[in-house]
Design a protein around this ligand. Structure first.
Ligand code: ZN
Ligand code: ZN
Length: 278
């Protein structure tokens, strides 16, 4: 399995010299399965560049959405494959009913966008979860779990013969009120995953002022990475105000914290353009 980050930023795109190393595009991950199947998770601004790479082919594409907040969908109108005649594109927003999933195209309406979603040339359809709440693509089994986020959302875990990857963003591990998924349930869902990509938007101090907004602190994400025995934890959905230098410092502190706990999880920060092969 190969996973490449095309967007790692939360909330809003942040181009500029202070974010050039980690990247300023909003959430988008490309996953190439062992059999060559193409999966895209979230369609933030980073998906535009991915669209150039995936265009001019007849390979079917599967697009998984964590949820439909702007920073996870706003690149979709600029994703070239949706304009390709007959290109097979399957959408899944696992937290929504099948009839609601096409709402991701509602952003393409007058006066917000010049091309209507109804006039796209690709063959766009909505996937349904099977009776076990999973989907299968080739030899991969993709499981989902509800996130703790305003309006709801879905996390995905992709299990293949060669390895496993989980994408859990816009998720508050300890939200005020009853969580959609408790900490113990997250540990069970993520147990032993090879690569865990998790929301780490806030510092501990920032989270105090942002409780209920549906995001996790770096410290809490590190704890989860250790508690679920992830091989690698990739901190994701960086706050838009975070500079590259600040992210460097966060990475160094995070590695130290994990080492001090005697936890074996490797910690990294999601970086635009980076590919993980496992
Ligand atoms: Zn977000
Ligand atoms: Zn969100």
């Amino acid at each position: 399995m190969k996973a490449t980050f095309y967007g790692v930023r939360g909330s809003i795109a942040t181009p500029g010299i202070e974010t050039v190393r980690y990247g300023g595009n909003t959430s988008c991950l490309h996953v190439e399965l062992d059999d060559g199947s193409q999966v895209v998770i979230d369609a933030g601004t980073g998906i535009r560049k991915l669209g150039d790479r995936l265009a001019d082919s007849d390979e079917p594409l599967t697009l998984l959405f964590s949820h439909h907040h702007w920073d996870h969908i706003q690149g979709l109108p600029f994703f070239r494959p949706i304009y390709e005649e007959g290109r097979q594109i399957r959408l899944l927003s696992a937290y929504l009913k099948k009839t609601e999933a096409m709402a991701v195209l509602d952003q393409m309406i007058d006066p917000h966008f010049p091309v209507s979603g109804e006039n796209l040339h690709a063959d766009i359809s909505v996937l349904e979860l099977d009776a076990q709440g999973e989907i299968r693509i080739g030899d991969a089994v993709i499981r989902t779990c509800p996130t703790n986020h305003p309006g709801g959302g879905a996390a995905y875990r992709i299990n293949t013969a060669s390895g496993s990857l989980a994408y859990v963003t816009d998720n508050e591990l300890f939200p005020p009120g009853k969580p959609a998924t408790s900490y113990d349930e997250w540990k069970a869902f993520l147990e032993g995953v090879d690569v865990l990509i998790h929301d780490a938007m806030y510092t501990t101090a920032e989270l105090e002022r942002a409780r209920g907004w549906g995001h996790t602190s770096i410290e809490q994400a590190l704890q989860l990475g250790c508690d679920c025995h992830a091989g690698q934890l990739v901190l994701f959905h960086h706050d838009p105000s975070r500079t590259d230098d600040q992210l460097d410092a966060i990475l160094a502190e995070s590695r130290q914290r994990v080492a001090d706990q005697g936890c074996r999880c490797r910690v990294s920060l999601a970086q635009e353009g980076e590919t993980l092969v496992f």
